[in-house]
Design a protein around this ligand. Structure first.
Ligand SMILES: [Zn+2]
Length: 232
């Protein structure tokens, strides 16, 4: 099993990251279940929502919250904020070019996972997720990691999309416009209070690396990659 993850997050005792395409299309829940089982995680204790490219955040603070969410039909939302991780609970998102954004603190007691597509990014979902986590822990030092997603090399857009972003994250090449989501998410996180050196943006391009990733932009197929965060 190939999991892309930040060593700093694993070092504080959290489990998670973004899987390569080798574990299959994660639109199929059976494929997700197989991953959790291989890792010794109870699939029923991974929370899910229905992603809508919104800026809606679901907060989890207690095991009671987690139990209630898992018992209800899926809610529409695009980010998880764990004010405090109940033991042996976690949450998942699925992506195919969008940014899986992971946040956590140095004790591994709280964290977040957001599905930041470009629509979420222009609604400041990354910044709002960080602020959501900092709301009840204003002095927390948060780490951030941006998992595999479409990088600026491949994310060509027309001016109607480019105009929704700050100029600072638009790259101009040969008369074409490209969005650098890393730049904009980093800007939002720093504005929310994170230190620039605590934000890692490794260069894994879902669109450029067919061997390891699914990409909506490249394939126009509904294949999805899984990202999850879990407190053992
Ligand atoms: Zn690329």
């Amino acid at each position: 099993m190939k999991i892309y993850a930040d060593k700093r997050m694993l070092a504080v005792g959290l489990v998670g990251g973004t899987l390569s395409r080798h574990n299959g299309n994660m639109r199929e829940l059976n494929n997700q279940t197989a991953v959790y089982q291989e890792l010794g995680i109870n699939p029923r204790k991974i929370l899910h929502f229905h992603q809508t490219h919104s800026d809606t955040i679901i907060c989890v603070a207690t095991e009671q919250d987690a139990l209630q969410i898992s018992a209800r039909p899926l809610q529409d939302a695009d980010a998880w904020v764990f004010d405090s991780f109940p033991a042996q609970w976690g949450a998942a998102i699925v992506t195919a070019d969008c940014v899986p954004l992971f946040l956590w603190d140095d004790t591994g007691s709280c964290g977040a996972l957001a599905h930041c597509g470009w629509r979420g990014v222009v609604q400041s979902l990354a910044g709002k997720t960080a602020r959501g986590l900092l709301l009840n822990h204003p002095n927390l030092r948060l780490n951030a990691w941006l998992g595999p997603h479409i990088q600026a090399c491949c994310f060509e857009v027309q001016s109607d999309v480019a105009n929704q972003f700050p100029q600072s994250c638009i790259e101009h090449k040969n008369g074409k416009l490209f969005v650098n989501l890393n730049t904009e998410i980093k800007r939002q996180l720093v504005q929310a209070g994170l230190k620039e050196e605590d934000i890692k943006t490794p260069y894994y391009c879902t669109c450029g690396d067919r061997e390891n990733f699914f990409s909506w932009r490249r394939d126009h197929q509904k294949n999805l990659l899984l990202s999850f965060i879990y407190k053992p």
